[in-house]
Design a protein. Structure first.
Length: 154
């Protein structure tokens, strides 16, 4: 009995998704270096309230809106880094790539939802970067090769 193996799967779409997941995380982390600067009186008042007004959230928690935004921003960066590093590790270590197809589907759903949220609630750079990650993951899942076929003995 002779095995018929499909061509070696190069995974260019998955590799592109991994690069953009990590790149998105790193680019988004740059926001922690800069301190926002107001450009007019309205922005100055808004930033002052965001950075100095402490909301009483109960149980001793009194974060500012800026603290909450930083927490959400860190979560965004960490989610993309987690996805990218997990995909990279599994791509490099799994000998059975069909297992990875399920992980890619989960990534496609999660990062697709992240793209939709970004589309409605954020601004252009996170929309574009999360959209590219979603498209690359979707293409990786769609173009994933079928399972290895076995030849029928003659």
């Amino acid at each position: 009995m002779e095995n018929i193996h499909p061509p070696k799967f190069k995974g260019i779409w998955l590799k592109a998704a991994i690069v953009f997941q990590i790149l998105t995380s790193l680019v988004h982390s740059l926001s922690f270096i800069n301190e926002p600067k107001p450009t007019n009186d309205t922005e100055k008042q808004m930033l002052d309230l965001m950075m100095n007004y402490h909301n009483d959230m109960g149980a001793g928690f009194t974060p500012t809106m800026f603290d909450i935004m930083n927490g959400l921003s860190a979560g965004f960066a960490l989610l993309f880094m987690f996805g990218g590093l997990t995909n990279w590790y599994l791509w490099r270590s799994l000998t059975n790539k069909s297992t990875l197809k399920g992980i890619v589907l989960i990534n496609t759903i999660i990062f697709g939802l992240m793209f939709v949220v970004n589309y409605f609630l954020t601004f252009l750079p996170p929309i574009v970067m999360s959209g590219l990650v979603f498209v690359f993951l979707l293409m990786a899942w769609i173009t994933w090769p079928k399972a290895t076929a076995t030849a029928i003995p003659s």
